[in-house]
Design a protein around this ligand. Structure first.
Ligand code: ADP
Ligand code: MG
Length: 723
């Protein structure tokens, strides 16, 4: 194709590059359609495949480059004698790693004891030693001076081909050469920097054109790093823009102003069978302020499991249902309370009945398996089943002021007369669209209270929930027992298992959590060498607790099997439940007082914290045993923080600070790239992104100005299905 053809940012790549069908599919899958897209497809590193490291610093599952000497080599056959294999041990001054090659016996011939080599491969752990299966290996003359945490794997700063996320047909080389062509064209001149110059200056970030050059064709490591920082900032800025836009849309709509004093709400909360925690009081005050000032509330209430979010939601609902709709001398404003599962919804329905029955108001319950209404005409102390049609009618004419339910609440047929407040419990379990459907349509915006028990770092919350104000319930009700948490090294394992036996002897039950379902395949490259549910059941049954009833629970089981197992565990017909972490144990088992977690270093801290929460439902002392055979000091320190941290938020912050942000547990579910996660470590930068997004939206809410047109396109494209 001719070089003379002008390239524009918004052009399809296929207009300028000859693409075969495979490449077209690959580009589509990668989300790369336009020239602009390709310019914003960033390298993951420069030079070789894996980060260069000393052996002492490597972690399981990582792709690394290691330099060392060959300590030994051998050729043999695999276990069943079919496949030829070569093995070698490589040592550097900090440790040893073993390599194994299948079908490549010639590798051993190439290596001699004492030779200096470079090994690139994925690392796994077997029987306490490091292994790499089928790594690349080559002999070298000299070990580079610089080994360690670096984007660049080369100490001579010659130009290095960047490594990009690839797909079949679209190699890093292809991307590199295509980008070079784009850089030579005038398309680059069309770029408009979405980030204001004063912000770039303030944070020492390079302008867009420079940054693109630096990230794709860096001459110095520092240039690439500052370019990455800039794009991290930009991503957070884009996310913020979209969030601020959503917020603005709600703000400009009319809302209900509920002018209640704090003491009015106190009349309600004083009826609770417990005193509120300070955090709950603060939350209720903040919410009441939102409700009583113009503009619909958009608030996220974040608190650990058991921190008492329901009580806060009930107090907010009280403010709403004790308000009469304008121009009407009867009835109430309405509340919709949506929970992700039927079990949770039912729990809340029952809770609300307890809290509100004294007011003599009606409470509806709607799920896909049926509807109910409280109170029943026949028995005013109880709820009664009613038809959906009937309930929908009463919701529509405003007779039922509080409706609790599952996703069924957002069906089109559910129409509220005066929806004043929407509460979304466990909001992370709903999609953005489901959430906005609950507060859709009405010409008057209902207030929105979102709730979640997933503790995430504040900066991440500010980013992904940029449209919401944040309230933390960072305090547990008084008198809650904490679980006794212990980190157990292999040497202490036996005695801990005996402590668990003592609990079981008392008739208590235990959870054992494993990182995997099936036993790992030792021949598979990169497979996680960790305890599996299946092996664990066998091991516990045969070697440790033969006298107890043990059952597995994991995601590969049929729903019916899972349900049966859970029921049996609930009834005490199973003593030990061996499970993966992904299986949600939605049902409370107050008799389970022990949770033991195998291979704990593989879980995120927040995840471990949440697992531990499963044994906090009992009035008896609970125990959490964290088994780990890691000797890595950092990993151990990290696990120790579980013993020290006061709540999930502290842990989430710690997780963010200590691990690479890219490893933050659950990051995939947030839909934020690894690059942006780096920016999220920097609170000032996140605040600046939020602030500048706000400025842009204040100035041009619909991004209609010419200089915002590209921006508007990009955010609607990339972040529409965000989260
Ligand atoms: P979550 O935040 O996980 O939704 P809940 O609202 O379900 O927590 O509350 C957990 C339990 O704690 C409930 O049984 C509730 O009645 C109780 N609870 C809530 N607030 C307090 C408090 N201030 N003091 C004592 N118990 C409380
Ligand atoms: Mg709850």
């Amino acid at each position: 194709m001719s070089e003379l053809k002008k390239i524009h940012l918004e052009d399809q790549l296929s207009e300028h590059f000859r693409l075969n069908p495979k490449q077209k599919i690959a580009l589509k899958k990668m989300g790369l359609e336009t020239v602009w897209d390709l310019l914003h497809h960033f390298p993951t590193r420069y030079g070789e495949a894996g980060e260069s490291k000393y052996i002492k610093d490597i972690n399981e599952g990582e792709l690394v480059t290691v330099y060392g000497r060959v300590k030994s080599v051998s050729i043999g056959k695999t276990f069943r004698g079919k496949v030829p294999q070569a093995t070698a041990s490589i040592v550097d001054e900090t440790g040893q790693i073993n390599a194994i090659w299948f079908h490549q016996p010639y590798i051993a011939k190439m290596l001699s004891t004492g030779a200096l080599v470079k090994l690139e491969g994925r690392i796994s752990k077997r029987k306490n030693s490091w292994w790499s299966t089928n790594p690349n290996i080559s002999t070298i003359k000299k070990v580079p001076n610089k080994i360690g945490n670096s984007l660049f794997n080369n100490d001579k700063m010659e130009f290095l081909l960047p490594t990009y996320p690839e797909r079949r047909g679209i190699t890093s080389r292809w991307i590199h050469h295509s980008l070079k062509k784009i850089f030579r064209s005038t398309a680059i001149d069309e770029l408009i920097d979405p980030v204001l110059p004063k912000i770039l200056e303030k944070y020492h970030l390079p302008p867009l054109k420079t940054a693109l050059h630096w990230i794709h064709l860096p001459k110095k490591e520092n240039d690439a790093l500052s370019a990455r920082k800039r794009f991290a900032f930009q991503e957070v800025f884009f996310i913020q823009l979209q969030k601020q836009q959503e917020r603005k849309k709600r703000e400009i709509k009319e809302s209900f102003v509920l002018a209640h004093s704090d003491s009015h709400i106190k009349e309600f909360t004083e009826r609770f069978p417990f005193p509120l925690t300070k955090a709950q009081k603060r939350a209720i005050k903040e919410i009441n302020k939102d409700l009583s000032t113009p503009g619909a509330m958009s608030r996220l209430l974040e608190g650990d499991v058991g921190s008492g979010k329901t009580a806060v939601a009930a107090a907010s609902a009280y403010a709403v249902v004790t308000t009469r709709p304008e121009n009407q001398d009867f009835g109430h404003l309405q509340v919709a309370y949506m929970a992700p599962t039927e079990i949770l919804a039912r729990q809340q329905f029952e809770d609300f009945i307890k809290h509100f029955s004294y007011l003599g108001i009606q409470i509806g319950f709607i799920t896909s398996s049926g509807c109910q209404k409280f109170p029943s005409k026949v028995n005013p102390q109880e709820a009664t089943k009613i038809s959906k049609k009937q309930l929908l009618k009463w919701i529509e004419n405003g007779e039922v002021p509080i409706v609790v339910g599952t996703h069924s609440l957002i069906q089109k047929t559910v129409k509220f007369k005066n929806l004043g407040l929407a509460v979304i419990d466990e909001q992370h379990r709903f999609g953005t669209i489901q959430r906005s459907n609950l507060i859709r349509k009405d010409s008057i915006s209902p207030h929105l209270l979102s709730m979640t028990a997933t503790p995430i770092p504040r900066t991440l919350a500010l980013t992904i929930y940029g449209d919401l104000d944040l309230t933390l319930l960072d305090e547990m009700p008084k008198g809650r027992k904490e679980a006794i948490t212990e980190i157990i090294s292999p040497a202490k394992r036996k005695s801990s298992l005996e402590k668990i036996r003592i609990e079981l002897k008392k008739g208590k039950q235990a959870f054992f959590i494993c990182p995997r379902i099936d036993a790992p395949d030792p021949n598979k490259e990169g497979s996680l060498q960790a305890a599996s549910v299946k092996e664990e059941v066998e091991y516990l049954e045969k070697d440790i607790f033969p006298e107890y009833r043990i059952a597995p629970l994991h995601g590969k089981m049929k729903p019916k099997e899972k349900e049966d197992t859970m029921k049996k565990f609930e009834k005490g017909e199973i003593d030990i439940l061996v499970s993966t972490s992904v299986v949600e144990v939605g049902v409370n088992i107050p008799n389970a007082t022990v949770i033991a977690i195998e291979g704990a270093e593989r879980f995120g801290l927040s995840q471990l914290h949440q697992l531990r929460g499963r044994v906090l439902r009992s009035s008896d002392q609970a125990y959490c045993y964290i088994f780990s055979d890691t000797e890595n000091k950092k990993s151990l320190e990290r696990l120790q923080s579980l013993v020290k941290a006061k709540n999930g938020f502290e842990l989430a912050e710690y997780d963010l600070a200590q691990r690479g942000a890219g490893e933050l547990s659950g990051r995939r579910q947030w839909g934020v790239s690894d690059l942006a996660m780096e920016a999220i470590k920097n609170q000032k930068m996140v605040e600046a992104a939020r602030e500048s997004a706000r400025e842009v939206i204040e100035d041009d809410p619909d991004l209609q100005k010419k200089e915002h047109s590209l921006l508007s396109k990009q955010i609607s494209k990339k972040y529409l299905h965000f989260e």
